[in-house]
Design a binder for this molecule. Structure first.
Ligand SMILES: NC(=O)c1ccc[n+]([C@@H]2O[C@H](COP(=O)([O-])OP(=O)(O)OC[C@H]3O[C@@H](n4cnc5c(N)ncnc54)[C@H](O)[C@@H]3O)[C@@H](O)[C@H]2O)c1
Length: 367
């Protein structure tokens, strides 16, 4: 490996521009070495915006390039598996966006391939890096809330009712809100409370989305725009999750509404995306009180990111890249890994099965 970790971005769309390129730019241990996207006009635009790097429309060239140490896969969901398997085969470390695949089985294959090849693997579950989520986790794991009994999550967005493009077709996306939004909350719930054992879920498609934003007709949506589940954790705790993209009045300048809460035997704590540098904590007989997250939880130790810079609900997402590069440089597993991505997808698929069969479903625990 050269002195810097040479990273290729595969999929030069929104999330790469919003999360991954700024994360790479902050970290002097790595560099943006290549960019791949089949959309040539976008590639030209990124050349101007992102600067010097190798630019290609063919991901197989990236997978075969021995001068690339690591890749970030930020393409539509149905392409993640084949791209990941090719890059893993080429010995590259891999971050893949969530959901890892269009089914648990695809995610499982990605995890097994990365594990067996011995490369670093990471699922882009960004919300784990929110300061108040990190602090909430610390409070819980250090016993500050007692034993967790109950997890609750609400993620509401107020999005337009026009086409979602590839995101609204089952073959391309796998599922809608469940795979796009709720899967993050399934992931951080498992990080906090351990594995989810069994779920009872529901999904609903309210909106046809048969027109694009500029009024052109398109095939209607096949995926959910509301998803919900109740679940039991192996630990004996229980959880309740709800997500929707159709929550009028919850736009909040694009941030939407997010509330995630743990109720333990000694106390409760709440993370909110709108205010990620603050936490709410309450004790028995008292009320939830708001306080600033302590400085050591505002970012990973040693990260050069200044927590005072930028919009709080955006900038913590850059820490994902810090964790990935740290794992490569330090020769350790990245967290969250593909195993976490596959595990969350096993839960999400159990939600779809539960609703289809109108019953509780046990979640596969080994893969
Ligand atoms: N972690 C998060 O918080 C978060 C946020 C947004 C999106 N995402 C995930 O990121 C992924 C991409 O989402 P987006 O919003 O950036 O989508 P997007 O549609 O804006 O971008 C995807 C890009 O991938 C390109 N692409 C398609 N096939 C390709 C291929 N074979 N090789 C290389 N590039 C290819 C497309 O041309 C497009 O430019 C999705 O899996 C999505 O779920 C995650």
């Amino acid at each position: 490996m050269s002195s810097k970790v040479r990273i290729a971005i595969i999929g030069a769309g929104l999330v790469s521009d919003f999360h991954h390129v700024p994360g790479i730019r902050l970290d002097s241990r790595c560099e943006l070495a290549a960019v791949c996207d089949p959309n040539e006009a976008l590639l030209e635009q990124r050349k101007k915006e992102w600067g010097p790097a190798k630019y290609t429309t063919d991901y197989e060239k990236i997978a075969a390039d021995r001068d690339i140490d690591a890749v970030i896969i930020a393409t539509p969901n149905f392409t993640h598996k084949d791209i990941a398997l090719a890059c893993i085969e080429g010995g590259q470390h891999v971050v893949a966006e969530k959901p890892l695949g269009v089914s648990f089985e695809e995610a499982r294959q990605m995890y097994v391939a990365a594990r067996d090849k011995g490369v670093r693997h990471m699922t882009a579950f960004t919300y784990r890096f929110a300061p108040s989520m990190r602090y909430l986790r610390h409070l819980l794991k250090s016993g500050g809330l007692g034993e967790p009994r109950h997890f609750r999550s609400q993620r509401f967005l107020d999005l337009p009712e026009t086409s979602w493009g590839w995101r609204q077709y089952k073959k391309l996306a796998g599922a809608g809100d469940l795979y796009d939004m709720t899967i993050h909350r399934i992931d951080f719930a498992q990080d906090l409370c351990g594995p989810i054992e069994s779920v009872c879920g529901a999904v609903k498609t309210f909106v046809p989305r048969d027109k694009t934003a500029d009024g052109k007709p398109c095939a209607p949506s096949e995926v959910d725009d509301w998803s919900a589940l109740i679940g039991t954790f192996k630990s004996g705790a229980v959880g309740v999750w709800e997500g929707s993209t159709l929550m009028k009045g919850h736009h909040n300048n694009g941030v939407g509404f997010e509330w995630a809460e743990i109720n333990g035997t000694e106390g409760s704590a709440v993370y909110q995306l709108v205010d990620p540098n603050y936490i709410l904590v309450g004790r028995h007989g008292g009320s939830l009180e708001k306080s600033l997250v302590p400085a050591e939880f505002l970012k990973p130790a040693d990260s050069p990111r200044n927590p005072a810079d930028g919009k709080p609900s955006t900038v913590f997402r850059y820490d994902l890249m810090w964790e990935f590069v740290s794992a490569i440089v330090e020769g350790r597993d990245a967290v969250p890994g593909f195993d976490d991505g596959a595990s969350a997808q096993a839960v999400a698929d159990a939600v779809l099965q539960s609703y289809a069969e109108r019953r509780w479903v046990d979640v596969p625990q080994s893969f």
